[in-house]
Design a protein around this ligand. Structure first.
Ligand code: NCD
Length: 297
């Protein structure tokens, strides 16, 4: 049996992501085969959707779940990350992990015999969220290539945005990146995505949503700021208002990985544009597909 780790969008190709989408479609129809085994969730950072949807996905597949909770574990006695991962690996068949340090999921994958799925490593990557986002856009718009996607938020620190820029590039979408000054996407990500996939990526600091098919908003990542006051200041200034969407396409949709704080005005919820709760619901079939794929590859 060859296992597959899911650590970075950069390790995946279009064919693999499309296979995961097909499995997710089957999952939605209740057509994925049942499977035995245990998923371990090891979340060293807060989580609602990612952890619970991984657990729900495993249970829906017929698997069992063990949950490592750092606050009540031997981590408190000083046990190392490496030893913790090695132990956990003995008690399960697959591990979903989240950790504040960039590179931690890759390290866990090196240490474990079983597949490791990255549920977010610091400000680096969040590949399973990207697959949820791509799947949601494809479901809503019927395609990904040629769409205009406007990003809105903290592009410097948000791992969801970092992974999605690459993922959308892979599928041929064009991007406009709107962020507060100083919170722009890392230049190497933009350059890499443009060069590798030949897509258009334009960066802006002003609110311009002209011709948008999709607006992808995100939270200012306060926990990754050295100066929390700076984060609070931009949070207040950077809010998506319904009037900004006037120049977007009529059927433009608004996505957000959630949790949201104040960056999406409440008037967006009832505007017909909001799809963030549908997006969150897609987390279960996509994560069922990812577990299945990682265990069977
Ligand atoms: C995101 C995360 O943890 O990166 N949430 C999620 O997984 N759906 C977004 C965030 O915390 O802002």
């Amino acid at each position: 049996m060859i296992y597959m780790n899911i650590i970075s969008m950069r390790d995946l190709d279009k064919k693999t992501v499309e296979s995961i989408f097909s499995l997710a479609e089957k999952a939605e129809k209740g057509k994925l085969p049942e499977r035995k085994g245990i998923l371990a969730t090891a979340f060293f950072e807060p989580s609602t959707r990612t952890k619970l949807s991984f657990q729900s996905a495993a249970e829906r597949l017929g698997m069992k779940v063990v949950d490592f909770i750092p606050e009540v574990s031997s981590l408190q006695k000083g046990e190392s990350f490496s030893d913790t991962v090695k132990m956990l690996d003995n008690y399960c068949d697959i591990i979903a992990i989240r950790h504040p340090k960039e590179g931690s999921a890759r390290l866990a994958a090196r240490l474990a015999k079983h597949p490791v799925i990255n549920g977010g490593d610091g400000g680096n990557e969040h590949p399973t969220q990207t697959m949820i986002d791509l799947y949601t856009i494809k479901k809503e718009k019927g395609k990904l290539d040629g769409l205009n996607i406007v990003f809105f938020g903290d592009l410097k620190h948000a791992r969801t945005m970092r992974s999605l820029i690459y993922g959308l590039g892979m599928f041929g979408a064009n991007m406009i990146l709107i962020s507060p000054k100083g919170l722009e996407a890392a230049p190497e990500i933009v350059k890499e995505t443009k060069e590798k996939f030949g897509v258009e990526i334009i960066e802006k600091n002003e609110m311009d949503f002209t011709n948008a098919d999709v607006v992808y908003a995100g939270r200012i990542q306060e926990e990754r700021f050295a100066d929390k006051y700076e984060a609070k200041k931009v949070m207040e200034q950077f809010r998506l208002k319904l009037e900004y969407l006037k120049k977007a396409k009529k059927d433009a949709i608004v996505l957000h990985p959630l949790p949201r704080l104040g960056e999406i005005g409440p008037e967006i919820d009832d505007s017909g544009h909001a799809r963030y709760f549908e997006e969150a619901a897609n987390a279960v079939p996509i994560r069922m597909a990812i577990i299945q794929y990682a265990l069977e590859k």
